[in-house]
Design a protein around this ligand. Structure first.
Ligand code: NAI
Length: 472
């Protein structure tokens, strides 16, 4: 308990300025609340500064570099050739920071000003159900609030055998490397391991992934993740599945990872080791024990369908509540919570259509139910259309993969879709829209997609589901 200071009264306070917090703050301001947002680090949170956005920037650099290398090595499918490809890594990192990250985070700060949201720089901790203490570099202040939205996000899980530091990296360290590793070791073949590993593979690193489960990219089914598995293996990198990372020893030149796979202990040496074994919610360091907020499993905050916690005027959104740890989930929940505080009655049907994407080379995307979810059901149909039959994909030399759609046989309602292939991250939105709005396969098949586009493969999949295929 912090004593001896006078509390400033505020209306709605938002803790954290990531894609959950800043969106909630703006929506609350739009709905007439006087909002104060507290951020201990940079505006924009993990996603904008050290997560989703900078990783996509580096993946993009990787694709460009890889294409140029193919041209240099006479392997361009388009007959292009280039000589003397070099990569100025410092310039690429500078571009990522100045032209991508800083532009977006500057935009968030500008939006705060525009909505007259007070920004307090400091670390927030609950003193009780009504009061927050903010520790600042030059002291601290107490805020007494009417409403609060907690959006403190998550951080990488760190386990004793692999303390972060030196050549053992978390995702932030991997994004900020000042050199391209010759050999990057990765523990955890989930989204972060596969995306960042993929970026460095395209940039010329050999990668070795050690994954505990029997397939990488656990959020996607094996038919999808196998495309990435084969691609990585064929390019001369290694993936060990059903393997357990045991320990690591680093020197000033390299790091050696010991892991168990196929019943025996093995070692591999590389120049860096990325640990990407999941993230933990930031709920253990914000004074929740001084409040009546109930925590559930894995340190996640229990919320109702408006994201209200067990304390009436305190809401929680994003990585700190159950569900996938995704930026777009946090933003969506932020809008619902801000609305609920303002008296709007728009509770959420929890994640009816919550898409997820892996920005691997061959992107993977999913929304709604999966084949596993509908196993044993006789009232559903699964339809699959290959990109190999799509003109635009062929013209891009990216014809690997497929669109899979799951419909209910009675009316043809779309209830799930998976895409492995070019543009999957953008194409999946059509299916989100379809599921969210109760559209049927017929509705999708009668929606005109321009020609020639990757989107036509959606029409083709819908026609398959509707029993009237044209292109297959
Ligand atoms: P993850 O949960 O996706 O994958 C971690 C993997 O590490 C799992 O497959 C697990 O089996 C494996 N693992 C755990 N301990 C291990 C051990 N000792 N030895 C070997 N393997 C081990 O977690 P990740 O990749 O760290 O990502 C964290 C969160 O960030 C995810 O929830 C994800 O949704 C989110 N994220 C989303 C992105 C996107 O939407 N594109 C991009 C990056 C992250």
């Amino acid at each position: 308990m912090v004593v001896g200071a006078q509390a400033t009264e505020v209306d709605t306070v938002v803790i954290g300025s990531g894609p959950g917090g800043y969106v909630a703050a703006i929506r609350a301001a739009e709905l007439g609340q006087k909002v104060t947002i507290i951020e201990k680090d940079k505006m924009g949170g993990v996603c904008l500064n050290i997560g989703c956005i900078p990783s996509k920037a580096l993946i993009n650099v990787g694709h460009h570099y890889n294409e140029s290398k193919q041209e240099e090595e006479g392997q361009s499918p388009f007959g292009l050739s280039t000589k003397g490809v070099t990569l100025d890594w410092a310039a690429a990192q500078k571009w990522k920071q100045e032209k991508v990250v800083n532009v977006l985070t500057g935009g968030v700060s500008a939006l705060m000003k525009r909505h007259k949201i007070d920004v307090i720089k400091g670390t927030a901790e609950f003193v009780d159900n009504q009061t927050i203490n903010v520790e600042q570099t030059d002291g601290h202040q107490l805020l007494q609030f009417n409403n609060c939205i907690i959006a403190t996000g998550s951080r990488p899980i760190e386990i004793p055998p692999f303390p972060f530091g030196g050549r053992i990296l978390d995702s932030t360290g991997a994004l900020g490397l000042t050199e391209i590793p010759k050999h990057l070791l990765i523990v955890g073949g989930g989204v972060i391991g596969s995306e960042l590993g993929g970026a460095y593979r395209l940039l010329g690193s050999k990668i070795t992934i050690v994954e505990g489960l029997d397939h990488i990219l656990n959020g996607f089914d094996k038919e999808m993740s196998d495309i990435i598995f084969k691609r990585v293996k064929n390019a001369g990198s290694d993936i060990h599945t059903s393997a357990k990372a045991v320990s690591a020893v680093q020197t000033d030149k390299d790091v050696t990872l010991t892991f168990e796979a196929e019943g025996k202990e093995q070692t591999v040496t590389g120049d860096y080791l990325l640990i990407a074994i999941g993230r933990r919610p930031n709920t253990d360091n914000i004074g929740l024990n001084n409040t009546d907020i109930k925590l559930g499993e894995k340190g996640l905050i229990e919320v109702d369908d408006t994201f209200k916690t067990s304390v009436d005027h305190i809401y929680a959104i994003g990585d700190i509540v159950p569900g996938p740890m995704l930026a777009h989930k946090a933003s969506y929940q932020g809008k619902i919570a801000a609305g609920a505080i303002s008296g709007e009655a728009n509770a959420v049907d929890m994640h009816l259509a919550m898409p997820a994407v892996a920005y691997t080379s061959t992107e993977l995307a999913t929304v709604g139910v999966t084949p596993d979810d509908v196993k044993g059901r006789t009232d559903v149909k699964i339809s699959k259309f290959p990109f190999a039959a799509n003109g635009r994909a062929l013209s891009m030399d990216e014809a690997e993969g497929f669109i899979r759609m799951i419909t209910e046989t009675k009316e043809g309602a779309v209830i799930g879709a998976q895409i492995a292939g070019p543009g999957a991250s953008d194409l999946i939105s059509d299916f989100s829209l379809a599921i969210e709005n109760g559209l049927t396969a017929k509705d999708l098949s009668m929606t005109i997609q321009p020609h020639p586009t990757l989107g036509e493969a959606i029409t083709d999949t819908a026609e398959l589901a509707d029993g009237m295929p044209i292109n297959i």
